[in-house]
Design a protein. Structure first.
Length: 131
């Protein structure tokens, strides 16, 4: 009888952890995608007005801070290469901004979007991911 209770308890804990991981991945994905879209909504080009440059810096810092806090939890249950791909691109944003390489900055933001989509796809409970 005790084995049955322990088995049920372990199953409940496993289901609870998996549900938390899936919900957290969805929340992180949608929040980060919204922030990237807001950053990309700024017309990024070489001859931007000063207020757009300042706004872009603010959005990059906000995006980096949000990923830094989210990646700690996501890296617990996600594949590390997926999380690392996003983290590496996030770390490139500020140096690209400081160097004035706005075209490369825009491309990096698009890569981040694709990496976030791929991270979500790898966490979804599909037959391919389970097997």
């Amino acid at each position: 009888m005790n084995r049955a209770k322990i088995t049920l308890l372990l199953c409940a804990l496993l289901i609870g952890f998996c549900t938390f991981a899936l919900v957290n991945t969805h929340r992180t994905h949608h929040r980060m995608q919204d922030m990237v879209r807001q950053t990309l909504a700024i017309e990024i080009k070489d001859d931007m007005p000063d207020e757009q440059v300042i706004r872009l810096a603010h959005e990059i810092d906000r995006l980096s801070r949000a990923w830094e806090s989210s990646s700690r939890i996501v890296s617990i249950y996600s594949r590390h290469d997926e999380v690392e791909r996003v983290s590496e691109d996030m770390q490139k944003l500020r140096p690209l901004y400081d160097a004035g390489q706005y075209t490369e900055l825009r491309l990096t933001l698009c890569r981040i979007q694709a990496s976030l989509d791929h991270l979500l796809d790898t966490e979804l409970p599909t037959w391919a991911n389970i097997l």
